[in-house]
Design a protein around this ligand. Sequence first.
Ligand SMILES: [Zn+2]
Length: 289
Amino acid sequence: METYYKHSGRAPVLGIVFGFLAGALISIPASYLYDYGIIEITIDKLRFLCTIGFGALIGAAAGLGLCWGKVRNNAAAAIIGAAASLAGLYISWGVWLIDIFERGHWVSNPTRLLMHPGAVWQAILAINTTGTWAMEHDSPTAGAALWAVWLIEALLIVGFGMLVTFGLVKRQPFCEKCEGWCSKTEKLYFAPTLPPVDVKTKLESRQFECLQQLGQGSARGSHFRVVLHSCTSCGMLNTLTLIKAFPKDQKVLIDKLLISSSEIDAVRHLGSPRFAASASAKSMTLGRR
Ligand SMILES: [Zn+2]
């Protein structure tokens, strides 16, 4: 038996198409919002967030589309995430260019322009020489500096789109027997009373009782988070993920360790607040003696 869960790599064609379309279609209304955002917002930091948000939204739509289409292939997720964000980037250029040329018509239709990539490119070249906007209290950015800004913008959109799509597809295990995602997710919080490397080693060697030593943690403060995924249909596929959540230090220590149904029950029991409360009550009575 494998130690860790890994996607089978299956990527149904319909799922791939659906993922790409979901990402590309959401980018149409999102392009108008993004265009409005980058033109109307004058604070550079907020514009930056708009760019990231635009990419992340496309990635989320593509990722959900792929999950709906049962694509369990990390490479396919990254490629579709990048392709959908590139399509979104292209559409956003069309919306922006039409807006520059037809100032004031917020609902201009860029379809005709977008059908002619050559015209889009000529328009981009023309705008680059003069520039249209300025950083706070500055003359319009143009030429090489503008190319650099546009390149960073493109990398942010495609990068975040890809990351979010990838993250969504990788998030849950897929039960090949039942043909479904392991949508049952439980989160248990433990106190950070042991060194992370010890907790990792012990859980990997299946000494789940070490969780009892940790004691109950809180979601707000520093903690170890155990995330359990299980198949709702057969209950035979179960995984355990361990995350170290310290202030400014978040790390996945164990990614989807395969565990049996009796092991997951034991972990659930150790992590239940009622069990933790009775354990601490017991230690208090012992302490009084
Ligand atoms: Zn199953």
